[in-house]
Design a protein around this ligand. Structure first.
Ligand code: ADP
Ligand code: MG
Length: 641
């Protein structure tokens, strides 16, 4: 069997994705590798295929029990014999594992890092022919990564105790150079082949909304996904509780996750979500690591997170199966303050660091928060903004984010800018400097006690923007700061100051345009692919296939996406297979799944097409009913925009 045959036979895919083939080839040629690819890019295949093709066993070290269970179930479903060893096994399961492993049943063994240097496991490892040790989520070895796990440091010792050094392959989605160097150094990779693929996730739509009322906006957004799964991230436990409760009261099927819940409740809520018993997960950032649920169709951030790294990681949990999914951030200036408060607090509370280190961390965190805020207020393509942040230069706008899709209106704010800057100037002339809120209050003409006490109501710029909301004035100030026309200091109480470019605006030498949200991105332009996706996902056949998939999932007690991904179901709608051979052509269907499920799914498709004769697949060369409908659907979409 070669790699292409393995790809189709076990995983049902026709071609490799970016980076996969090079990694597979390098491993097969005997080289250590380090694969750095974004979430959902398909890192698992990069070690699973070589594991199948090489002699002997591959040991995969993985940080979380839930992740392991999922991967092993999924491999078994695909007809690959795999097992796992971790602290969740009962005594019987533990004995079974060793019995099977000693008898050469497993091709791939998943192990928790703590298990590696136990006497039982070391004895087993000495018996087996171990062709490769794979370290998944390998950023966990680095103290600079987001999820440092001391037990990961034992991996190297384990490898060194083996009679014969296997190939070592490591994978992660974390791209910073420090972490990358740490992985190579700590795992002692030998002259590894390093593959870094682009960070772009083309199937994800990115959007920022500046809502007047967050909860109302959340409800409106959720209506767009009537029966899809998704995550709503909040900044605090309290928010999680509140939002989850309100959603349930409003008839949504939501559950919750945060560090304040008991471990039992956390894991049972997590399972409810993974097994589709609850459709919406409301959570803090404690939720997500180790979630491989591939059909998460939306990730909505109810609050802005603390930095772009966290945002991209959390948002990236959408659409792992490569299908179109949405990542929407609900921004409010209060989020900036809350985050700043958390950063301040952690500076005070963190007594493991020296004062210098603490200061450094504080500065970095504050700087990162600034970029996160820019993301929420930028008029640049959101995807380009993030990729640039990660060091990938993009020249063109992406056409698949709320900025590119014109849910914003380019508005001339030159006059507003002059007013704002002269207000900062007037305050400065009085020998004072204040934050955004005070400046906005002056411009609006508010009469707070403090403002009056300072005599700011006497300034010539007092009350010159009476018809604007404070929120809007503040967002204009944010914008001017992001463009460098004003400066916001990094102090504990940031104040607004003039910059070198301020004068040019006052002198009228500069035209300033800002994109202003029109409201919710409603009738937004859909890409053809998106239109096609939605079309299939909304078809009656898709729903019936999905129900059949749920039946199997319940019977076998596995999550539905492990049986077939949404991508596979859509491909079935597209290809309408009615016999096993045709079924095997569906993306994501390998031999094992074709044998196991082919008859039932083909049966359903046959019955469906017979009872909906109009939708029957047309003879080769002719356009089928479905395709015709699709064409008119596309036209409709085109007309609407
Ligand atoms: P990662 O570990 O990089 O986050 P996974 O290995 O979990 O990603 O894969 C994510 C999804 O991509 C899975 O649903 C998998 O079936 C799919 N996938 C991986 N490789 C391919 C491929 N070559 N063609 C189509 N789908 C793929
Ligand atoms: Mg993975």
């Amino acid at each position: 069997m070669n790699k292409y045959e393995a790809l189709k036979k076990y995983f049902g895919h026709d071609s490799f994705r970016e980076g996969q083939e090079q990694l597979v080839d390098s491993i097969l040629s005997g080289s250590d590798v380090l694969g750095i690819m974004p979430t959902g890019a398909g890192k698992s295949l990069c070690y699973q295929i070589p594991a199948l093709l090489m002699d002997g066993v591959t040991i995969v070290v993985s940080p979380l029990i839930s992740l392991m269970k999922d991967q092993v179930t999924s491999l078994i479903e695909s007809g690959i014999s795999a097992g796992c060893i971790n602290s969740s096994l009962s005594q019987q399961e533990y004995r079974d594992f060793f019995y099977d492993a000693e008898h050469g049943i497993f091709k791939i063994i998943y192990a928790a890092p703590e298990r590696l240097d136990t006497p039982d496991f070391l004895a087993l490892a000495a018996e087996l022919k171990i062709s490769m040790v794979t370290v998944d989520e390998s950023h966990c070895v680095s103290q600079w990564g987001q999820d440092f796990r001391p037990s990961y440091l034992r991996i190297t010792e384990f490898i060194e105790k083996l009679p014969c050094r296997p190939i070592v392959s490591a994978f992660t989605a974390t791209a910073t150079e420090t972490v990358r160097d740490d992985i190579i150094r700590i795992l002692k990779l030998r002259d590894p082949f390093v593959m870094v693929t682009g960070f772009d996730r083309k199937n994800l739509y990115f959007g920022v909304v500046h809502p007047a009322g967050k909860y109302q906006t959340l409800l409106e957004l959720l209506k767009k996904y009537p029966d899809k799964c998704g995550i709503v991230y909040c900044l605090s436990r309290k928010n999680v509780e509140e939002v989850c409760q309100r959603l349930n009261e409003d008839g949504f099927s939501a559950t919750r996750y945060h560090a304040g819940l008991s471990p039992e409740e956390r894991s049972s809520n997590q399972e409810d979500f993974i097994y589709d018993r609850r459709r919406i997960m409301v959570a803090t950032n404690a939720f997500g690591m180790g979630i491989d649920k591939s059909d998460v169709r939306f990730v909505i951030h109810y609050n802005m997170p603390k930095n772009i790294e966290s945002y991209y990681q959390e948002a990236g949990r959408a659409g792992r199966d490569g299908e179109s999914s949405d990542c929407i951030l609900l921004y409010s200036p209060q989020d900036v303050r809350t985050n700043q408060f958390l950063i301040d607090r952690s500076r005070e509370e963190n007594n493991e660091l020296t004062p210098e280190q603490a200061e450094l961390v504080y500065r970095q965190d504050t700087e990162r928060l600034k970029y996160m805020t820019y993301y929420c207020t930028t008029d640049d393509c959101l995807r380009r903004f993030m990729l640039n942040y990660f060091g990938e230069k993009q020249s063109e706008g992406c056409g698949n984010c709320s900025v590119c899709n014109g849910s914003f209106e380019l508005t001339d704010i030159t006059l507003d800018s002059k007013k704002i800057i002269s207000c900062v100037y007037r305050v400065h002339q009085k020998g004072r400097a204040y934050g955004k809120s005070m400046i906005a209050d002056i411009l609006k003409g508010n009469s707070s006690e403090k403002l009056l006490a300072l005599g700011f109501d006497k300034l010539s710029t007092y009350g010159i923007m009476p018809d604007y909301t404070l929120r809007f004035i503040r967002s204009e100030i944010d914008f001017l700061v992001s463009k460098g026309y004003l400066i916001q200091t990094d102090d504990e109480y940031p104040v607004i100051r003039l910059s070198r470019s301020s004068a040019a605006v006052l002198k009228g030498q500069q035209t300033i345009e800002m994109r202003i949200t029109k409201k919710l991105p409603k009738a937004e332009k859909k890409s053809t692919r998106r239109a096609e996706d939605d079309f299939y996902a909304e078809s009656g056949l898709f729903r019936e296939l999905r129900d059949l998939r749920s039946e199997f999932a319940k019977k076998e007690k596995v999550p539905a996406y492990i049986i077939f991904s949404d991508a596979s179901l859509k491909d079935m709608c597209r290809k309408l297979p009615v016999d096993i051979n045709a079924f095997y052509e569906v993306s994501g269907v390998g031999t094992r799944k074709a044998e196991k499920y082919g008859e039932q799914f083909c049966g359903l498709i046959k019955r469906y097409t017979e009872s909906h004769p109009d939708e029957e697949k047309a003879p080769a060369g002719e356009v089928s009913y479905l395709e015709k409908q699709l064409a008119s659907y596309r036209e409709n979409v085109a007309v609407k925009k």
